[in-house]
Design a protein around this ligand. Structure first.
Ligand code: G
Ligand code: G
Ligand code: MN
Length: 420
């Protein structure tokens, strides 16, 4: 690698390397130094790392953590960090088998911590460079501190002004590349042209009794958009995310039916997405509402499948029409054996239950080809398109149509020169 010619703008002040082996630690420290990290701290186990973290003059931006260590091991250290709300991005490094490393990675994410990479030791320079660059990118993507902080009153006002809008992300047939539908994803546009993402206001809407209004606002706009596309001969379905709170609302089914009538849509054009975990947590209430939605002819999708702990047996009792596999099993499946196994078995089961399968988070053509091999019905992800405003979709679609053949034959390059 020609690192001198490609200075990494890492924006890293300091890194802490936690490893009990002095040889391995020195190796990692050497790599960090080669990559131009200014300050590199070292700890021999979890306890030492925790003690250092409260005292270090320059707090580390990234922790490189070995898993097997005497005393406090890497897993316990990570749990301790989460408990203390020390949210420093992590690189997990271990010489153990990749399935174990991956399961730790999943655990870390479940704890709400950021994993830059989960790597097998010995580390090499390109891997570490890629992981540290991911840190730079994640910092760049973070909202700056002065950016919109808002309270529930602003959200309420935005809702009253019809100020929450759907963006649309295409869902396309994995065999042919043809668009079949879109997912509506809520966005809150700001006066300065920026956009507040849903993770920041959906939880607030849920806590303050605004989620019903928000969902109906998104659904109303999305159905209007689908109806306009219908008129132009483009018949698509729209997937709308349903908060678990709506599963307790008695009038929701009636309102949903009115929406169809008002926009003259077929019930098969609207799919309600409910996350796996919320259905299982509210099974009693959920079953009633879901059965009634299904009776009206709506599609029902299990969102984020694989992230909860439900069994297919539990889910098979619910009248779903579609299984949407979480992006953590899709993204990188072509390269990672255990993801591929989970993905394939989920697709097999869903196919046997005659469910439509949707893979979300498809970013590379390798993963796309895998989905073709595994017989997945629909794919959604940055390889195809990012979420976009409704009026941009026809423009995207014209370009997309020209790329269909390349997509079918798995020749499309990765997302950087993809379609969106
Ligand atoms: O792009 P993305 O950042 O759009 O969405 C992040 C998360 O927010 C997704 O998991 C999605 O399910 C959720 N989300 C997006 N729009 C809505 C919505 O209208 N209602 C609910 N309940 N969740 C939404
Ligand atoms: O509701 P759900 O969690 O399924 O929402 C989809 C989320 O995934 C949205 O936040 C959307 O912006 C995001 N997303 C869609 N395609 C991709 C992708 O290819 N890669 C990644 N990382 N995220 C994606
Ligand atoms: Mn969704």
């Amino acid at each position: 690698m020609q690192l001198e010619n490609q200075p990494l703008s890492l924006q890293l002040d300091a890194v802490l390397v936690v490893d009990d082996s002095t040889v391995q630690r020195a190796h990692t420290v050497g790599l960090c130094r080669e990559l131009g990290v200014g300050v590199i701290y070292e700890a021999g186990n979890g306890v030492e790392a925790l003690e250092m973290l409260v005292q270090l003059p320059i707090p580390p931006n990234v922790l490189v953590i070995d898993l097997e260590m005497p005393g406090m091991d890497g897993v316990e250290l990570i749990q301790q960090l989460a408990q203390r709300s020390v949210h420093v991005p992590l690189i997990v490094a271990s010489s153990r088998e990749s399935a174990l490393i991956s399961s730790v990675e999943t655990m870390v994410q479940a704890l709400g911590m950021q994993v830059l990479a989960a790597l097998q030791k010995p580390l090499n320079l390109p891997q570490l460079a890629a992981a540290l660059q991911r840190y730079g990118r994640s910092q760049a993507a973070r909202p700056s501190r002065k950016e919109a902080t808002f309270g529930v009153e602003e959200l309420r006002a935005a809702l009253e002004a019809n100020g929450i809008v759907p963006y649309y992300q295409p869902k396309v047939d994995v065999r042919t590349g043809v668009i079949k539908g879109v997912e509506a994803l809520a966005r809150w546009p700001q006066a300065d042209g920026s956009m507040i993402p849903p993770d920041r206001f959906i939880p607030m809407a849920e806590q303050h009794g605004l989620i019903h209004a928000l969902t109906m606002q998104i659904a109303e706009q999305a159905c209007g958009q689908i109806a306009r596309w219908n008129k132009h001969g483009l018949r698509l379905s729209v997937a709308i995310n349903l908060s678990p709170i709506l599963l307790d609302s008695t009038n929701f089914v009636g309102e949903a039916a009115e929406l169809l009538e008002h926009h003259a849509l077929g019930a098969d054009q609207v799919v309600w997405e409910i996350t796996e975990s919320s259905v299982v947590a509210n099974l009693g209430a959920a079953l009633g509402i879901l059965a009634r939605l299904r009776l009206k002819g709506f599609g029902l999708s299990i969102d984020d499948y694989g992230t909860g702990f439900s069994s297919m047996q539990q889910l098979a009792r619910i009248p779903f029409t579609e299984l949407k596999i979480d992006r953590s099993f899709v993204n990188g499946a072509a390269e990672r054996h255990h993801l591929r196994v989970i993905l394939q078995s989920a697709l097999d089961m869903a196919n046997r239950l005659s469910l439509i399968t949707v893979a979300e988070g498809v970013e590379t053509v390798e993963d796309w080809k895998l989905l073709q091999d595994f017989g997945c019905t629909l794919g959604q992800g940055y390889l195809i398109a990012k979420p976009m405003p409704g009026d941009e979709l026809p423009i995207w679609l014209r370009k997309h149509t020209q790329h269909l053949r390349a997509l079918r034959e798995g020749r499309l390059h990765d997302k950087s020169d993809g379609l969106s």
